[in-house]
Design a protein around this ligand. Structure first.
Ligand code: SF4
Length: 408
């Protein structure tokens, strides 16, 4: 879940104080994406550091009411933008009653101008939704469902602190398909405690048989403040080693490719025609408006986060006061992101798009770095485009750092 936000935070350390704002947008391109954050979960998973927690029902109800107000205010502020995608993430959005999801989407549709073919995704955890919930989500307008499975091995799921079993997921997946969802993502994780190449292969095989339209495949990362961080920084030998972890990644890559999935981003695989439009927007510089607790936004050349304290969020009435860490993105920061995010994509970055966006030749700006990386066989050039090699994918953070202007 929330992969792009994890990635963004990972690179937030590279933000520097800069002057001048660069928006790169024209009126004719005023298309945005909306992210709605639902911070509630039944209980906290052992590896998770997302902004999510259990909360009593009355708090959840109050939160939905407040989020509806925030959506309406934002709709007035951005009335001349068109919404291409909506993503309801968390947390566990499916913990809310279906009526709450309908209320939120109704508020979005009546407050913003929507593209007729808008992609509307909702994250859902197996086990907390029955057929009537699924019908209600569809009726509310959800046309893409993202299910957090992580593994088909019940022992691994237990280690992660997940509440579902594989069988529970299967029953839920069947209901999802019977409800008519024809665009479903399943999240998987590798590099888990006790996981082996054999159990990972088994998970991949089972998913390839189910044939969901999309698979997100992320390596476990130990985030400070989580139970996993406390345990496995002390006992790292209980996790698969680095070589085994990379072998798991490439096993997924090769196996999924053989079974009809194309990798279009480092961690994302899709059957033809089912790439996630919302996430593609993040990686290709489409502005996004994050609404709800802690949600991140990037609009008109500026980034900010909403506050993360639930009680304060519920109290505040002025939308401007919800925002913090507002930071203009200048041309250098914008170029860095263009490179980091674009190189995550399988197609890589386009020199032509760079020129269109910044009015400069990518080779004039980054020629030295590109030459060095090509020599190390970490990128390959198909002029005017550039992409990561297989070796480059394994050390992608090293590659991304080469595109920073201030290397500290
Ligand atoms: S369900 Fe997802 S958001 Fe909630 S605690 Fe688990 S990993 Fe975190």
């Amino acid at each position: 879940m929330q992969a792009k936000r994890r990635f963004w935070r990972h690179h937030s350390e590279y933000r520097h104080r800069r002057s001048g704002v660069y928006t790169g947008l024209t009126m004719s391109e005023k298309v945005l994406e909306i992210y709605l954050h639902i911070p509630f979960c039944e209980r906290k998973c052992a590896y998770c550091d997302f902004l999510s927690f259990p909360a009593p029902y009355d708090k959840q109800e109050a939160y939905v009411g407040k989020l509806v107000s925030e959506i309406k205010c934002a709709g007035e502020l951005y009335s001349d933008w068109r919404v291409a995608t909506v993503y309801i993430g968390g947390g566990t959005p499916s913990i809310l009653p279906p009526g709450a999801i309908a209320k939120l989407l109704y508020a979005v549709k009546t407050s913003f101008v929507m593209q007729t073919d808008a992609e509307i995704t909702m994250e859902a955890n197996p086990g907390v939704m029955g057929p009537e919930h699924l019908q209600a989500y569809r009726k509310a307008g959800v046309n893409r469902l993202s299910m957090g499975l992580q593994s088909t091995d019940d022992w691994e799921l237990k280690q992660l602190g997940r509440l579902h079993t594989y069988e529970g997921f299967l029953n839920c997946y069947q209901s999802v398909k019977e409800a008519g969802f024809d665009n479903v993502n399943v999240d998987l994780m590798f590099g888990l405690p006790g996981q082996t190449l054999l159990t990972w292969k088994n998970t991949l095989k089972r998913l390839a048989l189910l044939r969901p339209e999309h698979l997100s495949v992320y390596g476990l990362s130990l985030e400070e403040g989580t139970q996993f961080h406390a345990i496995y920084t002390q006992y790292p030998h209980l996790l698969p080693g680095e070589d085994e972890e990379r072998a798991m990644y490439w096993m997924a890559h090769d196996y999924l490719q053989e079974h009809g999935y194309e990798r279009y981003e480092i961690s994302n695989f899709a059957r033809k025609g089912y790439q996630c439009r919302h996430n593609l927007g993040y990686w290709t510089d489409v502005p996004y408006l994050g609404l709800g607790l802690g949600a991140a936004s990037y609009m008109e050349g500026c980034r900010w986060h909403n506050i993360k304290d639930l009680d304060r969020y519920l109290e505040i009435t002025n939308i401007g006061e919800l925002r913090e860490d507002s930071e203009p993105l200048d041309e250098h920061a914008h170029m860095e992101e263009f490179m980091f995010l674009g190189l995550r994509l399988d197609r890589g970055v386009s020199g032509y798009e760079f020129l269109l966006k910044f009015g400069k030749n990518m080779w004039d700006v980054y020629g030295e770095a590109i030459k060095e990386l090509e020599k190390e066989e970490l990128v390959e050039i198909h002029s005017p485009d550039m992409r990561l090699t297989r070796k480059g994918v394994d050390v992608s953070n090293y590659v991304f750092e080469k595109f920073l202007f201030d290397k500290e």
